[in-house]
Design a protein around this ligand. Sequence first.
Ligand code: ZN
Length: 247
Amino acid sequence: MRFTRTNEQYLRRQMCEIGRRIWLRGLCAGCDGNHSVRMGANRVLCTPTGMSKGFLKPHNLCVVDMEGRQLAGHRKPTTEILMHLAIFKARPDVRAVVHSHPPHATAFAISGASLPTGIYPEVETFLGAVPTVRYVLPGDHRLARAILPCLRDTNTLILQNHGTVTFDVDLEQAYLKLEVVDAYARMVLMLQQLGSVRRLTQREMAEILQFKVRAGLPDTRLRERKDHRPGPKPQLRPGKSPLGTPP
Ligand SMILES: [Zn+2]
């Protein structure tokens, strides 16, 4: 397994910096959320439970193995560590996971409405269709099992009545997806006030998906294509979009 950054002190500082950005942008409240990064084949650095993400210090962080056993740190690891580990095990390409309760995306998670597709090229490219994971009590070990069917060909999930989880090759990329999914949810809420939307046409959407194939970007909607690696069936929740039926 190769890692672009193996220096633990660097990763500890980056974990605190990402926590600071999540808090400063209002993407968490209280002690919401948790994030983690892989440091080796059997070492994961994660946030502790019960601390604001805005004020983490490098020595507050915990190290666990891939079964969730604590290897280092004076504080207790996040109660949602098993969800992070399930993602790392299922997706060897993922090296960082960011979970939070960003207000706008979480409003969608609570409302039962899906984030619409087919209206905004940046989100189509960067996130694609965002699957929703069925509700499980936050922090419960069953969450790790519930997310498994949704992990292929996406890096962003909505957790029903809970929040979001984003994951990628490093902390920066996983964090940026959190920013984007919440900004998009906010945009959609504003669209509802404006009362009208110009949808991308089928041809415009096809162009975007073709670009994603060329760029090697994952998208749940590419599974049916011959030129795309087949995966297990996604567990997409049939939710109604506040903007009507996508193309
Ligand atoms: Zn949570």
